[in-house]
Write a protein that binds this ligand. Structure first.
Ligand code: NDP
Length: 453
């Protein structure tokens, strides 16, 4: 009873102190409300006021980014780095460049990152950053100048033992290259201050593939626990960026059939299976819209988003066995979840961060569908980033297979941790509770041991 009241008080505090930060509130509510069984079991977390302490970032840095466009005009964006929690290691978490980025989005992502990083079993704290800069339609030179301007401020706050950013939406290999180059120029140091680096200059093989591959490994572990597997399963995937592409690639390797992908303009449904080489050319080389995929003779269907109501997404109307939301937050609504259930979907496996709305999640919990939360299922990216840091520190480079094998084991362990925790707290298979409790406990215990700092 006392735990429930305390959770409500802290949520009320967030509502008042972080007004308008809806995604941050959503993420906090999901985590805090799932902790009740742990809080009832052990009073130390309330005695040490951990709930209140863990929802406030250790540091939020907000800065102006001025850069010059191709017409010689000075443009201004806002940059963010929220260093949320360093109880178990140096801050670690990606950078997102997208027009929707604001402090609330960065806080939600940073908060999720705390527990995700703890679940990997590695020593990494939680952070996230980014900018409301829109890379779409910008020339390569404009992207470079923006990245240089962004790093000209960020470099003051990061370091290989302090805070190690990586990519996220809108930040891939090209952007990490420009950011790293500017860091090196400003500090004179060649150090592993970013992950997702190029292979020739400190990057890890299999890092690019890791989030998507890891998401598929996680799904396979979950299905295996219920005597099922991905083999021959029809899978819908949303998004067509880094996570979606390598989810599709690994699904093929596991004998599954990925039949969809999407972007902010529309959805491709390709019954025979997505043409992966073509998708890679369109997205990784041309940086173009999926309309280009549909222009060819592929016997696929292209459904523009404009044809869909605001509360629904075409990709989730396609009948499937397993769904992999891998684009962005709140992309799977109550309507979508009902559609997936009525079409016989057995597992929703989150590749993106918080792609499922709270109402959809409530419905899924009451349904027969299994559900993998993103903070567990997509943790393969950050785990492999940590493997990149290890290689940098020991000045070695592991083979693709070596990194991939380590990733496979890490995902198996994350699944086991989340699943075993769900069993221990009498909610077998509820991996939202299992993942949140396991991640929270590790961080909270470390905070208690380190005192009120
Ligand atoms: P990318 O930028 O490579 O791709 C994002 C994809 O999602 C694109 O297809 C994009 O379409 C689509 N998308 C983005 N925003 C929207 C929107 N508002 N509406 C509809 N579609 C949208 O990003 P990633 O693949 O790296 O990231 C995808 C998700 O996975 C994010 O939630 C990210 O936080 C999460 N994640 C990523 C990790 C990584 O290692 N990259 C690690 C862990 C989680 P379009 O191109 O048209 O904008």
């Amino acid at each position: 009873m006392q735990s429930k009241m305390r959770v409500q008080e802290v949520l009320q505090y967030i509502k008042q102190s972080s007004s308008g930060q809806d995604e941050f509130y959503q993420a906090s509510e999901e985590v805090l409300s799932s902790l009740l069984p742990l809080l009832e079991e052990n009073s130390k977390y309330l005695e040490h006021n951990i709930l209140q302490r863990i929802v406030v970032p250790e540091r939020s840095i907000i800065f102006r980014v001025n850069w010059v466009d191709d017409n010689g005009i000075i443009q201004t964006n806002v940059g963010y780095r929220v260093q949320f929690n360093s109880a178990i290691g140096p801050y670690k978490g990606g950078l997102r460049f997208h027009p929707t980025v604001n402090l609330g989005i960065v806080k939600f992502l940073g908060f999720e990152q705390i527990f995700k990083n703890a679940l990997t079993g590695l020593q990494i704290g939680g952070a996230k950053g980014g900018s409301n800069f829109d890379p779409k339609g910008k020339s390569d030179n404009e992207i470079m100048r923006f990245c240089q301007a962004f790093m000209s401020e960020l470099y003051k706050y990061i370091g290989n033992q302090k805070d190690v950013p990586a990519g996220d939406i809108g930040v891939g290999a090209r952007e990490i290259g420009y950011l790293f180059g500017q860091y090196k120029k400003l500090t004179g140091e060649f150090e592993g201050v970013l992950t997702g680096k190029g292979i020739n200059w400190g990057g890890s093989l299999a890092r690019k593939e890791a989030t998507g591959y890891g998401s598929v490994y996680f799904a396979e572990n979950f299905l295996n626990a219920y005597d099922k597997s991905l083999k021959d399963k029809k899978c819908t995937v949303s998004g067509s960026g880094n996570v979606a592409i390598y989810t599709i690639e690994k699904l093929y390797e596991m004998g599954a059939i990925p039949i969809s992908c999407s972007d902010s303009k529309g959805t491709i449904y390709h019954e025979k299976g997505i043409d992966l080489p073509k998708l890679k050319v369109i997205k990784e080389i041309h940086h173009a819209s999926l309309e280009e995929y549909a222009d060819t003779e592929c016997q696929c269907t292209y459904i523009p988003n404009s044809k869909y109501p605001k509360d629904g997404h075409a990709v989730w109307d396609i009948p499937c066995d397993v769904a992999f939301p891998s684009a962005t937050q709140n992309e799977l609504t109550l309507r979508d979840a009902k559609m997936l259930a009525s079409n016989g979907c057995i597992l929703i496996n989150e590749g993106a961060n918080m792609p499922t709305t709270p109402k959809a999640l409530d419905f899924i919990k009451q349904s027969d569908m299994l559900f993998s939360p993103g903070k567990a299922a997509n943790a393969g990216g950050v785990a492999t980033s940590q493997l990149e840091m290890s290689q940098n520190a020991s000045m070695t480079q592991w083979s693709f297979e070596e990194v991939d094998n380590k990733l496979r084991v890490i995902m198996q362990n994350i699944f086991k941790t989340a699943y075993d925790t769900s069993v221990k707290f009498d909610c077998e298979g509820d991996l939202v509770k299992g993942a949140n409790i396991a991640g929270f406990r590790k961080v909270a215990d470390s905070m208690i041991e380190q005192g009120a700092i």
